[in-house]
Write a protein that binds this ligand. Structure first.
Ligand SMILES: Nc1ncnc2c1ncn2[C@@H]1O[C@H](COP(=O)(O)OP(=O)(O)OP(=O)(O)O)[C@@H](O)[C@H]1O
Ligand SMILES: [Mg+2]
Length: 374
């Protein structure tokens, strides 16, 4: 199944964001959405082409390209852009090679551990000066085009103190150019995006206009339904497909795995769905995660998944009745600390908690009935 043909275009969304630049409200935007929601695909396959058409020169770098040395990814992206600048076809080739690379890393990227540097190296003064010099060179080479920096996984800068030099220097570099170089960022962890963009001591504090990257909707399901029917003779009812998309946490990545199964096996939707959910659970490591959760952690997590208040009297009584812990706020506080440490929950504002793994709720609920481990 050739993946490229399965891309559902989000042209209107791309134009909407580019309009924000035109109106002059902001020159720097940031999108947040959890993993595997289609941020990279959107940036590379919808936004960058639309921006190029409007006369921007796009530079794309993913900070996960080299998690230990994110500055290297930026240097490399700038060098490639300078090299490609001379011709439109070179620029197109550069972008399509990034699309291929992103698809490959999607297959390889597993769990949380690859999202963090295991041996972070801070950028030296020479590296930082080099980035500034490359941007200056690119500005010259770009002539009348505006440079648009597209930086994927920007929250990575907040995951280690070693990256703060790079964060400061990027901010200064962009400030000095006063909107002549624009930028768009994506982030897949609410917690670290919050640290980077909304914490006063961070160089990116209130720097970019933050947007929640919208989920794909029913039109995406209709697109898949049409393609499956016309190209593979596989008929699936629209309602069932929409429901499956919801059960797969509205992730286009898992939806594509489901479609792949449907067209290769020609099996019933339910069968393909069970298979895909198993893959999802394994990729997310839900079994291991669930094992490390204390019964009280599960109760608190499920309460948050229901948008409930983890300090409510009702939950405290359930904790008292169903676990060996005391049903008091301190117990909840400690459970929340463990859940945040494990990146299962993040705190956006004081007292406002969000779950980071919606699929874990389904997994935990499926387990209800079996004795919880401690
Ligand atoms: N518009 C789309 N149409 C069809 N499939 C899509 C679309 N967007 C994403 N996908 C599918 O979902 C997969 C994951 O998308 P993508 O890599 O863009 O997610 P992401 O949000 O960047 O995730 P991560 O945070 O893990 O990098 C893609 O490889 C593709 O198969
Ligand atoms: Mg991505």
């Amino acid at each position: 199944m050739a993946r490229a043909h399965w891309h559902f275009p989000r042209t209107a969304l791309a134009e909407h964001y580019l309009n924000v630049f035109d109106v002059g409200i902001s020159s720097h935007l940031a999108f947040i959405a959890p993993r595997r929601k289609g941020k990279t695909a959107f940036i590379l396959q919808d936004l960058a082409p639309a921006a190029q058409q409007q006369g921007y020169l796009c530079v794309y770098a993913s900070l996960w390209g080299d998690p230990n040395a994110p500055h290297e990814s930026i240097v490399q992206a700038l060098e490639q852009a300078i090299d490609a600048c001379a011709s439109e076809s070179k620029i197109k080739r550069m972008l399509s090679s990034k699309v291929r690379k992103a698809a490959i890393s999607n297959e390889m990227l597993g769990r949380v551990e690859v999202e963090f540097a295991n041996n972070p190296k801070s950028a030296g003064t020479r590296d930082l000066t080099r980035i500034d010099d490359l941007v200056t060179q690119l500005e010259k080479a770009a002539k009348d085009r505006t440079i648009l920096l597209l930086i994927d996984e920007i929250q990575h800068l907040a995951t280690s103190d070693d990256f703060s030099g790079l964060a400061h220097s990027l901010r200064t570099l962009l400030d000095r150019r006063q909107g002549r170089v624009k930028s768009i960022y994506t982030g897949s962890s609410r917690h670290y995006m919050h640290l980077l963009m909304s914490t006063q001591s961070s160089p990116f504090y209130h720097f970019a206009n933050l947007h929640r990257f919208p989920d794909l909707g029913e039109d995406f399901c209709a697109f898949l339904q049409n393609k499956m029917a016309s190209e593979y003779g596989v008929a699936v009812a629209m309602g069932s497909l929409v429901k499956a998309f919801g059960d797969l946490d509205h992730s286009p990545y898992w939806m594509q795995r489901l479609v792949e199964r449907l067209v290769t096996e020609k099996c019933p939707l339910r069968e393909a769905m069970n298979y895909t959910l198993e893959l999802l659970d394994a990729a997310e490591g839900f079994e291991e995660t669930a094992k490390t959760m204390k019964p009280v952690d599960r109760l608190v997590f499920l309460e948050l998944a229901d948008n409930g208040n983890p300090f409510s009297r009702a939950l405290l009584s359930r904790i008292e009745a169903q676990t060996s812990n005391k049903g008091i706020p301190g117990t909840v506080q400690r459970a929340l600390a463990r859940l945040m440490e494990a990146s299962l929950v993040s705190q956006i504002k004081k007292g406002e908690y969000h779950i980071e793994k919606p699929g874990l709720r389904r997994y935990l609920e499926k387990q209800v009935g079996s004795a919880p481990s401690r």
